[in-house]
Design a protein around this ligand. Structure first.
Ligand code: PHE
Length: 340
């Protein structure tokens, strides 16, 4: 009896310790314990050796082992149909497919593409330049003197000093690169990232995007610049949009101007966005300074041209009434999803 009891205990223990990793192993478990030649059946064979008075109690013991094995089998089966590994895949083939979630363009890309397509219609070609730039292309060739505040450590990220390499502070470096490598007529549009060492706030970021425009040919006039920008403003903000140019200063253009458009929110009536002036500033522009042309080996006696530069963040914020520039760089889905 001792021996038989020990044997029963061994099987009980073995069942408790069994683990299976997949459906094939589960089936092995079933065969090993519950099959017609399985260990539980094997234990029942001892019944004939058990003395009469103990048969009843022993029978109950064997039944409990059998129940253990069945319960364990069910538990193991549940455990992996719950985590999806069961051999029998429960699939409702008539269920409709899960829709695929389609991503959205970043608002800055939407507006950049819109600006590009407006200027491509009138012959501008997209050009590119490096974001890590030397002093010549970012400053010196653009007629920016050594003591100009734009070079201040406050504004510029220096990658290296002497010779200076900087993260470009504007896309105007592409003007220089285009004029150094192409012969007029030149008509380019250069979208890209720029960097400034500014304190990050709702209005300013250390990284933002600009679009630069440059047109060089014979006899280019300020009137052409103005007409081109009016076409741009109307295309972007609607036919009723008007513009005004205010005198300004940039080292690389002369004369220089800043362009305002009639407020796209209130139509010029006055509102919070335009600070009740009816106008919002969207870009800087001017006639390319003859010094800049000469720096690039273009004869300023023969050629003239205009340039303009705008911040994509600013234009996008006005278009969608976004009041914090940091939203563009946080990649919060709740923000990005709104531009589908
Ligand atoms: N580079 C100027 C800026 O970053 C913008 C500009 C470009 C002005 C071209 C005039 C001509 O503010």
């Amino acid at each position: 009896m001792e021996e038989i009891r020990a044997k029963v205990e061994e099987v009980k223990q073995a069942i408790a310790n069994e683990q299976v990793a997949n459906a094939a192993e589960l089936e092995q478990f079933r065969i090993k314990y519950l099959g017609s030649k399985g260990q539980v059946k094997g234990l029942f064979a001892y019944m004939k050796d058990v003395p009469g008075p103990e048969k009843r109690e022993f029978g109950q013991l064997l039944n409990s082992v059998k129940q253990d094995a069945e319960a364990k089998f069910e538990a193991l089966k549940q455990s992996f149909s719950a985590n999806g590994k069961a051999n029998k895949i429960e699939l409702d083939l008539t269920a409709p497919a899960q829709p695929i979630e389609i991503g959205a363009r970043h608002p800055l890309s939407i507006v950049r593409n819109e600006i590009i397509s407006i200027f491509e219609k009138i012959g501008f070609v997209v050009a590119d330049g490096p974001e890590v730039e030397d002093d010549w292309h970012n400053f010196t060739a653009l007629n920016i003197p050594f003591d100009h505040p734009a070079r201040d450590m406050q504004d510029t990220f220096f990658v290296q000093k002497d010779p200076d390499w900087v993260l470009r502070t504007h896309t105007s470096n592409v003007q220089i690169r285009a004029m150094e490598t192409q012969k007029p007529p030149i008509r380019i549009l250069a979208p890209g990232r720029v960097y400034r060492n500014e304190t990050i706030s709702a209005r300013a970021h250390c990284l933002f995007h600009q679009v630069e425009g440059l047109y060089i040919a014979e006899n280019v006039s300020f009137a052409e610049l103005k007409e081109t920008l009016l076409y741009f403003a109307k295309s972007l903000y609607g036919e009723n949009t008007t513009i005004r140019l205010r005198p300004s200063y940039f080292p690389f253009t002369e004369p220089s101007a800043e362009m305002d458009v009639s407020c796209m929110i209130c139509g010029g009536e006055g509102c919070k966005i335009c600070k009740y002036t009816g106008w919002v500033e969207i870009l800087g522009c001017g006639m390319v300074d003859p010094n800049v042309l000469e720096n690039c080996g273009i004869d300023a006696q023969v050629y003239s041209g205009y340039a303009f530069g705008m911040g994509i963040e600013r234009i996008t914020m006005l278009k969608y009434q976004i009041d914090d520039i940091r939203l563009f760089f946080e990649n919060d889905k709740r923000f990005l999803e709104q531009f589908k």
